[in-house]
Design a protein around this ligand. Sequence first.
Ligand code: FES
Length: 407
Amino acid sequence: MRGYRDESIAAAALASGARVLSRSLKYHRPRTFFCLEGHCSGCLVRLSGVPNLRACQAPCAPGAEVEGQNAFPSTEIDLLGAVDFLFARGMDHHTLMTGSSVLNRLANKVVRQLSGLGKLPSHAAPELPEVQRYDVDVCVIGGGPAGLEAAAQVARAGKHTVLVDDQLRPGGSLRADPRTGRGAAEASWRGALAAGVAVLARSTAIGYFPEDDGGVLAVSAPERLYRVYAKQWIWATGGYAVNLPFSDNDRPGVIAARAVGRLLVDHGILAGDKIAVVEAPSLGDDVAALARALTAAGAEVTRVPLERMTTVRGRAWASSIDTVDGRVECDVVAVAAIPAPASEGARQQGCRVVLDPPAGGFRIVVDADGRTTAPGVWACGDVTGYLGPAAAAADGARVGANVAAVA
Ligand code: FES
């Protein structure tokens, strides 16, 4: 399989025609990427002997060995998928063959063999990763449009600033929206570096521990773990791509609209020739911009409001959708929903969040300056309620300037 340097394995797989990456745990239904942002777990693969790695967050590398998981003999043709036919009405494994102790023991043995996700790594890890302490004035979590702008503002004011981002390349939703695009993402990233921001890329903020020395953020980076101590914190974690409620919405080929945009804008890959966009209300301009870009790239695009949508058809991959107005042939179903604010880290740090459905879910509560309810903690961009890439960048710059004034 051919891929570009820094291209994700998931994008390279799609471009090469590989579609089903793994099978579901219980019924062995086909599974593949949905979000392309590392947050849905649909793309788990075994990569060079290590199980359960996300193909959308693993860069292509020469000689890498990528295997599908949870299937025999392959993810495309999985004999264990017979479970789905044998138990067409569902299987309650808690009560499986409990009428006979002999059969129950046998059933337990089979279930133990089949359960679990992936096989253990081929080689034991040679040693535990190094842990490094990192003291800064300001820590920004999230390298999308809001986080990059906020970090740049703070660093330009002479504050020692670190930015933590979990994606292959910073830029967040800028890389998925045809109105901004890859160029804007690269420029914003370069701007942050030029301002003096230390960027921890491909690094995940895995937990905040208030009891440790006034509060520490644990960060998992590719080569080591960091314990980050900061005087001020800015949460700019954006929002998660989410699915919408319609029948068979877990069928491969049902992909987040933002992932379809990311493939086109960041990777130059047209996700399908006939793309049905199922859209929730209130995303009209975003969907129109994506539809225009997909059409200009040669796709046939059909927009379907969620309330007209009924079900997805196809076996291992979507082939059409049924709507109340009739059937629509397609090879990709793009789901356009308001992203759910990624607010759980800030909540762990003591920030108040509220459930706000029009804003996408549990958004962080902030005042007019971007302060959260936790002392020294700020938030900006989509994590405070959906804004979209351009407005999130402006919000990040504004909040960054406010933080610079007090840090
Ligand atoms: S986690 Fe990789 S596609 Fe969602």
